[in-house]
Design a protein around this ligand. Sequence first.
Ligand SMILES: NC(=O)c1ccc[n+]([C@@H]2O[C@H](COP(=O)([O-])OP(=O)(O)OC[C@H]3O[C@@H](n4cnc5c(N)ncnc54)[C@H](O)[C@@H]3O)[C@@H](O)[C@H]2O)c1
Length: 304
Amino acid sequence: MNDTEAVCVLGAGTMGRGIAHACAVGGHRVRLRDVNGDVLAEAAKAVRRTLDGGVERGKLSRDEADAAFERLETTTDLATAAADADVAIEAVPEDIDLKRDVLAEVESHLSRDALVGSNTSSLPLTSVAAALDRPGRAVGLHFFNPVHAMDLVEVVLAEQTTDTTRERAESLVEGLGKTAVTVADSPGFATSRLGAIQGVEAIRMLQEGVAGPRDVDAGMELGYRHPMGPIELTDVVGLDVRLDILEHLREELGERFAPPPLLRRKVRAGKLGRKTGEGFYVWEDGEIAGVSGSDDPAAEGEGR
Ligand SMILES: NC(=O)c1ccc[n+]([C@@H]2O[C@H](COP(=O)([O-])OP(=O)(O)OC[C@H]3O[C@@H](n4cnc5c(N)ncnc54)[C@H](O)[C@@H]3O)[C@@H](O)[C@H]2O)c1
């Protein structure tokens, strides 16, 4: 990978805009594509805000931030987004049929050698890759949220992924100043599987009244030095996103991943976490303002 390569990012939601930001800061020309023009406008503003935040925190100079922003283009047109791209990375919703369709469609616009990355956090990459005419170019590039602040990218190898693709993917990740952890395609890969099992057990503990959200979280933060407890993390990731991941892991790996009824109730009520202002916690301006009241008598827990 060199600095002048072109990256096409498909989907401009939470992750797509973050990946676009990271690639632009990493020196790549980026075309960000979404089916929704309003989402694209919001994504461009979000990238600008993140760049400005980076300048304020001394992470990059004003000139570097401006240059990175100039390297970013947005479009709703797939052919424009994919034209001359060396790398295409999809960050569309976690739906296998959608991902297969999106990647097969983008492949028809790509050169023979372009790399095709998927940001899926739990779907079988081998099935995603099978939608391509040249599946050996497919690789999982599992970025973490928020992308600009997270140093890890899981590089996931589909059955079909070639050694050349693997090397290119690892070098792309390193060029972005992040650390690549390479894992075989298996349900939930390494990180989502472990993260999901801890999150699901934490929600079961709330259900059983073992402790409230604050105490469960403090236990892992102070006792295990996790930067964020599993309940708060579920709110940040999104309860709907977590539910989808659990449904999938349950199907693939068994009942230990079965989503707890409490999680389903919250999702049905539209309490999806930080993004809707309430999940297990109540959120104001992106910060925890209290504990959601409807859980159980132990909701607030003791001691904090
Ligand atoms: N949110 C997270 O914390 C997180 C972390 C790691 C990985 N992921 C994975 O990243 C992917 C995206 O998640 P997200 O949270 O950014 O979702 P999101 O809902 O915020 O964004 C998805 C975007 O894709 C767009 N889209 C839908 N169909 C499209 C198409 N055909 N072409 C282009 N754009 C299209 C939607 O308009 C939306 O803006 C999922 O696979 C998810 O599992 C999410």
